[in-house]
Design a protein around this ligand. Structure first.
Ligand SMILES: [Zn+2]
Ligand SMILES: [Zn+2]
Length: 347
C-alpha cells in the first residue's frame, strides 16, 4: 500500500562559493520551495549550511520558504567548504528530534554538493549507514545532487547511502540544470507504508529498529488527581495520564484504544491526539486493552488536532533563529584545508 504525507524538507546546501554560481542556485531553490508550498501548504522547510566552525540551520522547520531564502542569503558571506558526512549526521539528529514532536510526516533530505565539498571519509561510511538504516522508516528519504563532479568512487559511496532510503543520486553537469532536478524532487514521494486506519497493520519498521523508536517515544505522565479524559470526556480519578508535551489528559486505556489507529507501525507507539508528540505505552497493557482483557470504554471519540493548525502554532512572527552547532565529524578534517579546489567558470 502506498501513501503520501505532508513533508518536511531539509536542504543541505553543500555547494561552495567560488565553485558554483550561487545566484542560479538561489533561483532554483526559490522555485522548488514555492512549488512545494503551493502543492501542499503543510509542507515545511529548513536548510543546513557550513561555516568554518561547522553547520548552521534553522532551529525548526518553517512553513514559510522566505525564512529559508533569508538564511541562505545572510549566511552566504561566511560559507566554508561543507563536510558532507558531518552535515548528514547533523541533519539526521535534527530530524529525529522533530520526529519525536511530529511523528506523522515524511522527512526529506536533499543534499547539494560540488567539487568543493569534502568527501566522506571511508571510516565514517558504516556510521552513516547504520544511522540511516535506523531512521529510514520514519519515513525518511535522502536525495543527493552532484553539480559538475566527476568522481565515480565517491558516487558509489553516496549511491549506497541514498539507496538505503528510497532516494537517488542525481548528477548534473551544469548548475543551470539544478532547476529541472529540483522540479522533479518537489513532487511528493510516496512510500510503502502501513495503513493508518486498518486493523491488520503490516509494519514497515524493521523489528531490529523497534528499540530505537521506543527510545524516542515519551512515557505519559501519571496524573494523581481528578480530571476529565479528553478522549471519552468522562471525569475520573483513576487511570489518568498526561501527554508530557501538551499536558492533555486521557485515560491510559483510552489512549491504548487510540493507539490502534494512530500507531507509527509499532503497535504501542502512537502520537498524542492533541499534539503530535510520540508516546509509548507498555506493550502488554496495550495488547490487553485492545483485546478486551482490560475493561475500557469501547466507543472512543477522538478529537484530533489538525496538523496545519498545530504547525502554524509553532511558527513565530520573527521566524526561526539560526543555530550554529559543532561539526560532529570535524576532527578528520583539521589540517586538510590545503586540498586543491578546482574553480571553474560556469559557462
Ligand atoms: Zn477516557
Ligand atoms: Zn500532546
Amino acid at each position: 500500500m502506498s501513501d503520501t504525507r505532508s513533508e518536511d524538507t531539509l536542504i543541505f546546501n553543500g555547494l561552495t562559493p567560488g565553485v558554483t554560481d550561487f545566484a542560479i542556485v538561489y533561483d532554483a531553490l526559490k522555485e522548488f520551495l514555492e512549488k512545494k508550498q503551493s502543492m501542499d501548504h503543510s509542507d515545511r522547510f529548513n536548510v543546513i549550511l557550513f561555516q568554518e566552525d561547522g553547520p548552521n540551520y534553522l532551529e525548526d522547520f518553517t512553513l514559510n520558504p522566505d525564512n529559508v531564502l533569508i538564511a541562505l542569503r545572510s549566511l552566504e558571506p561566511m560559507l566554508a567548504r561543507a563536510n558532507i558526512a558531518g552535515g548528514i549526521m547533523v541533519a539526521i539528529t535534527f530530524i529525529i528530534d522533530v520526529f519525536k514532536k511530529i511523528s506523522d510526516k515524511c522527512f526529506r533530505l536533499i543534499i547539494l554538493t560540488d567539487e568543493g565539498s569534502y568527501k566522506i571519509p571511508e571510516q565514517y561510511v558504516p556510521v552513516l549507514e547504520n544511522l540511516i538504516d535506523q531512521v529510514k522508516d520514519m519515513p525518511f528519504i535522502i536525495d543527493i545532487i552532484r553539480v559538475r563532479i566527476n568522481d565515480p568512487v565517491e558516487d558509489l559511496k553516496l549511491l549506497d547511502l541514498v539507496r538505503r532510503t528510497s532516494g537517488n543520486l542525481h548528477e548534473i553537469f551544469e548548475v543551470r540544470d539544478l532547476l529541472s532536478v529540483l522540479d522533479n524532487l518537489a513532487e511528493k514521494r510516496s512510500f510503502s507504508s502501513f495503513s493508518l486506519y486498518d486493523d491488520d497493520i503490516s509494519t514497515e519498521i524493521k523489528y531490529e529498529n523497534y528499540p530505537f523508536f521506543e527510545n524516542l517515544a515519551a512515557d505519559p505522565i501519571l496524573l494523581a488527581a481528578t480530571g476529565t479524559c479528553s478522549i471519552c470526556f468522562k471525569q475520573s480519578n483513576v487511570d489518568l495520564v498526561q501527554c508530557p508535551s501538551c499536558e492533555t489528559i486521557a485515560h491510559k486505556s483510552c489512549w491504548a484504544q487510540w493507539a490502534k489507529t494512530s500507531n507509527i507501525g509499532i503497535f504501542n507507539l502512537f502520537r498524542c491526539h492533541n499534539c503530535f508528540n510520540l508516546i509509548k505505552l507498555d506493550k502488554d497493557y496495550v495488547q490487553m486493552v485492545q483485546s478486551g482483557q482490560v475493561p475500557s470504554i469501547e466507543e472512543i471519540h477522538v478529537e484530533v488536532v489538525d496538523l496545519q493548525e498545530f504547525q502554524e502554532s509553532l511558527e513565530t512572527t520573527e521566524g526561526p533563529k539560526i543555530i550554529s552547532v559543532e561539526d560532529p565529524m570535524a576532527i578528520f578534517y583539521r589540517g586538510l584545508d590545503d586540498d586543491v579546489i578546482v574553480v571553474k567558470d560556469d559557462d
